[in-house]
Design a binder for this molecule. Structure first.
Ligand SMILES: NC(=O)c1ccc[n+]([C@@H]2O[C@H](COP(=O)([O-])OP(=O)(O)OC[C@H]3O[C@@H](n4cnc5c(N)ncnc54)[C@H](O)[C@@H]3O)[C@@H](O)[C@H]2O)c1
Ligand SMILES: CC(C)[C@H](C(=O)O)[C@@H](O)C(=O)O
Ligand SMILES: [Mg+2]
Length: 363
């Protein structure tokens, strides 16, 4: 019996998670044995208990096999000081669960070529995996402050710090995953400007020595942003730090057509036999601009549950079925507004999920 903790969060979070839970029910009916529990995170938790995540929820997550996370944040909480903001809920979880490897696959469905901002010939067959370091770097390093300095001026600073162990372990995950794909890793840094970048490059090169069957290349982060838009098919696996990974994965999402399509898995290593503890969430946020309208695309969250089936619940068979069903639905022309054809009526969040469930039932 696996334990799944569900944290819907804010904005469109509860809308897309509610629909994904219908897919969780499908998996249970297909024989998956899980115990579900639900708790608050982000702004919803701030409103209820005064903190972006309660310590007992962190404990619950630690005692679970997997966490399904919606999204957090919104204008209502934007005035709060940083440590009390909704976004701290997800950052606290990533760190408490030591989820250092954030896998962000960007796969372009041929059926959605028209939804991308790029020309079809640039993105046909696109399949990139971004492995983002997620528990260190500038998101977590100290010191950091926003204060009045000795000269009376306001000043703010963050610290970007990495140890060799933090770099090596995420690079290992990237190399291991590359072995299941095209065996090419591009390590992305700013070794030309930053000390952390120079260390990142050195450690990535050292780790590569253990993977002679995988090709390693290095690229500066600014060039990588440009190359993702210019010729994205040159990439197989990209491994990079926390901040660059955040930015580059949103750019990769735009290649596929919509932020509403890209899932993610945050893991503490790859574990054995498909049962690592993980947190699964779409890469997008709480989308306050469309929250409450019932039009958010649930696919990123549904595909995040597919990753959960594969990485935490040892059910690659169900993950494959679910991914195939999503692909069939999209190719049949069912589209939420973010991926809609001009002039073709778009469906709602619920109708998109109905279509996925119908495709699963029709198998
Ligand atoms: N992991 C998370 O919880 C997470 C991630 C990113 C941003 N955020 C937070 O979300 C809030 C909004 O941030 P933002 O506007 O910069 O980013 P966002 O990802 O929420 O939205 C960016 C754009 O993409 C659209 N979009 C996002 N998801 C969609 C979906 N499923 N279907 C259709 N369209 C979708 C939105 O409507 C918006 O136009 C902020 O408070 C931010 O901090 C949270
Ligand atoms: C909400 C925020 C803390 C988060 C991040 O920056 O990691 C988000 O942008 C993401 O990509 O998951
Ligand atoms: Mg982000």
């Amino acid at each position: 019996m696996f334990k799944l903790l569900v944290l819907p969060g804010d904005g469109i979070g509860p809308e897309i998670v509610r629909e994904t839970l219908r897919v969780v029910d499908w998996a249970r009916n297909a024989g998956l044995r899980i115990e579900l529990s639900e708790a608050l995170a982000g702004g919803a938790s701030i409103d209820a208990v005064g903190a972006p995540i309660a310590e007992d929820v962190v404990e619950q997550a630690l005692a679970s096999d997997a966490v399904l996370f919606g999204a957090v944040g919104g204008p209502k909480w934007d005035h709060l000081p940083r440590p009390q903001r909704p976004e701290m809920g997800i950052l606290r979880l990533r760190q408490a669960l030591d989820l250092y490897a954030n896998l962000r696959p960007a796969v372009c469905f041929d059926e959605l070529l028209d939804a991308s901002a790029l020309k079809p010939e640039l993105i046909r067959g696109l399949d990139i995996l971004i492995v983002r370091e997620a528990t260190a770097g500038v998101y977590f390093s100290l010191p950091r402050a926003n204060e009045v300095g000795p000269d009376g001026q306001r000043r703010a600073y963050d610290t970007q710090a990495y140890t060799e162990a933090e770099i090596a372990r995420v690079c290992r995950t990237a190399f291991e995953l590359a072995r299941t794909r095209q065996r090419r890793v591009c390590s992305v840094d700013k070794a030309n400007v930053m000390e952390t970048g120079a260390l990142w490059r050195a450690v990535a090169t050292e780790v590569a020595a253990d993977y002679p069957d995988v090709e390693l290349s290095h690229m500066y982060a600014d060039n990588c942003a440009m190359q993702l838009v210019r010729r994205p098919d040159q990439f197989d696996v990209i491994v990079t730090d926390n901040l660059f990974g955040d930015i580059l994965s949103d750019a990769a999402a735009a290649l596929t057509g919509s932020l509403g399509l890209l899932p993610s898995a945050s893991l503490s290593g790859l574990g054995q036999g498909g049962n690592s503890r993980g947190l699964y969430e779409p890469i997008h946020g709480s989308a306050p601009d469309i929250a409450g309208q019932g039009v958010a695309n649930p696919i990123a969250t549904i595909l995040s549950f597919a990753l959960c089936l594969r990485w935490s619940f040892d059910r690659a068979d169900l993950a494959d079925r679910l991914e195939r069903a999503v692909r069939r639905v999209v190719s049949s022309g069912v589209r939420t507004p973010d991926i809609a054809h001009p002039g073709v009526a778009a469906v709602s969040t619920i109708e998109m999920t109905d279509a996925v469930l119908a495709a699963l039932a029709a198998e």
